[in-house]
Structure formats: structure tokens, C-alpha cells
Write a protein that binds this ligand. Structure first.
Ligand SMILES: Nc1ncnc2c1ncn2[C@@H]1O[C@H](COP(=O)(O)OP(=O)(O)O)[C@@H](O)[C@H]1O
Ligand SMILES: [Mg+2]
Length: 251
């Protein structure tokens, strides 16, 4: 039932890596997990050994076909709904469809959100988009992934308020942050970490070290949990998954 969205204002920060890896970690904590790729990059599948040409959301915007028909089981045990291979114009068509059909995305997700022991992880597009506008209000937990760099500092404070939240609804919503690619040998990284801890307090869900094993894992179409279980990044992501689990597990 819970929906956990991995978002960020800009790309290349580790949203997809974290959505895939935290999804697998949450599966290991006992959840059935389905990961939904809402980013036209269609990259979520690259963390798993899956065929290249999988049908996805972009192939089904005109149809009424249930997204569960698009779900594939990954070797890591979680299920995945790909975005689908889409050209720029096809990706823009998805955006236009979502913008012009309010409620469509929510309707597509609803069967998953109604399953009590199913946790839904969403890999969101970077920055503002019609998909974010539609999905964010449904999320039980929105995790903002940031790099531990100077450009991220102005993005730190204030969880979104007002227009980003829906009127009404019954989900207990929470907003958290993850600092990714932290290298404690760098003074700037240490400063950003310290400041983030001050500003965010409990909203800082965790810190992930920059770890070559993460990049190597992706090259092998594995998550780092399978590629290098004892690596620092694996331990960091497992800790974040435990924190997510505490937030979204039924009381
Ligand atoms: N903690 C990390 N350490 C090392 N490399 C990382 C880490 N997190 C992500 N990466 C690498 O950074 C690149 C971008 O990550 P990705 O998840 O695709 O970002 P996004 O989805 O935000 O665009 C990928 O090559 C990924 O392997
Ligand atoms: Mg991505």
C-alpha cells in the first residue's frame, strides 16, 4: 500500500539507483515491492538483468490496460513497471496526456496502492513535471535525493508546502532527504553534511557514501546489495530502507 517517491530537482543525483536499491532492501525487510519507472530515461530496469525492449507506461497511455500487465519480475525479487523506450516526442506525449487527464495516473496506480502488503516505489522525473504534480500528493513518503555539494545547499530547507500538497486525502504524508555520493575526505562534503544535519534534523533519512561499487554494480545490471553486499554504500542504503520501513510500516 505505501507509495514512496524518489525525486530530485535535477538529474544525475542517484534517484534511479536509490529507487532500485532501496526497493530491493525493502523487499528483504519483508515487503512485496513494485518499482514504477516514471522517468522517460527508462533507466530503472538497468539496475536489473532484464531484456532491453520491455513494454512500458509510454506504450500504454491510450489503452486501459492495467499496469500490472506491464510488470516484470526482476531477479532481485521485486517487480518493475518500465517507462518504456520512448522518443522525445513520445515522452512529451506522456506528459501531455498526464497534464490533460487529471486523475489518470492515480487511477493507474490505485490497484497497487490498494494491496495492503505491497510497497510501491516510484522513480520520478527530475524537476517539476505533470507526473510530479499528479503523483506527489498520493505519496506516503517523498524522498528528495541531493548531492553533497554547494549547489544542493539552497535546495535544503523547507519541505514543499501549500500547492504541492493535496486538499484532503487520507494518507499520512512525510517528506525526507537523502544526501548521496558523500565523500568524507572532502571538506566541502563534510560541511554540507553538517549543515544538512542541522537544517534537516529528522528529515534527513540518510547519507550514502560515494562508492565505486555502486557504479560497478550498475555496469553489471545489479544493485549494489547483490554486487557488493559488504560495501559502505550497501550498508548506507540498508539503513535508509530501515528508516523508510519505520515510516511507512502499518502501526
Ligand atoms: N553513492 C554512489 N556512489 C557512486 N556512484 C553513484 C552513487 N549513486 C549513484 N551513482 C552513479 O551516478 C550515476 C547517476 O545515478 P542515477 O541513479 O542514474 O541518477 P538519477 O536517476 O538521479 O539521474 C550512475 O552512474 C550511478 O551508478
Ligand atoms: Mg534516473
Amino acid at each position: 500500500m505505501p507509495l514512496v517517491c524518489f525525486s530530485s530537482p535535477k538529474g544525475g543525483v542517484g534517484r534511479t539507483t536509490l529507487a532500485a536499491t532501496a526497493g530491493v532492501a525493502l523487499h528483504r525487510l519483508g515487503w512485496r515491492v513494485i518499482a514504477i519507472d516514471l522517468d522517460p530515461q527508462n533507466a530503472l530496469r538497468l539496475n536489473f538483468d532484464l531484456p532491453d525492449e520491455l513494454r512500458g507506461i509510454a506504450d500504454e497511455i491510450d489503452g486501459e490496460r492495467d499496469w500490472s500487465d506491464l510488470a516484470v519480475e526482476t531477479p532481485a525479487g521485486i517487480f518493475l513497471v518500465p517507462f518504456g523506450t520512448a522518443s522525445t516526442s513520445e515522452a512529451l506525449r506522456v506528459d501531455a496526456h498526464v497534464a490533460q487527464t487529471p486523475g489518470w495516473l492515480a487511477q493507474r496506480l490505485e490497484p497497487f496502492l490498494q494491496e495492503r502488503d505491497l510497497l510501491v516505489v516510484a522513480d520520478m522525473p527530475a524537476g517539476p513535471s505533470p507526473v510530479n504534480v499528479e503523483i506527489d500528493p498520493l505519496a506516503d513518503l517523498r524522498l528528495m535525493v541531493l548531492l553533497a555539494d554547494a549547489m544542493s545547499l539552497p535546495l535544503l530547507p523547507k519541505p514543499p508546502q501549500g500547492d504541492a500538497l493535496p486538499a484532503g486525502g487520507d494518507r499520512a504524508r512525510e517528506f525526507g532527504y537523502v544526501l548521496n555520493q558523500v565523500d568524507p575526505r572532502r571538506q566541502l562534503c563534510r560541511d554540507v553534511m553538517a549543515l544538512s544535519r542541522d537544517v534537516l534534523g529528522e528529515a534527513l533519512y540518510g547519507v550514502i557514501h560515494q562508492d565505486e561499487a555502486v557504479a560497478e554494480a550498475a555496469a553489471c545490471q545489479l544493485t549494489v546489495l547483490d554486487y557488493a553486499p559488504d560495501s559502505g554504500a550497501s550498508q548506507d542504503i540498508l539503513a535508509i530502507a530501515r528508516r523508510v520501513n519505520r515510516s511507512v510500516a502499518p502501526a
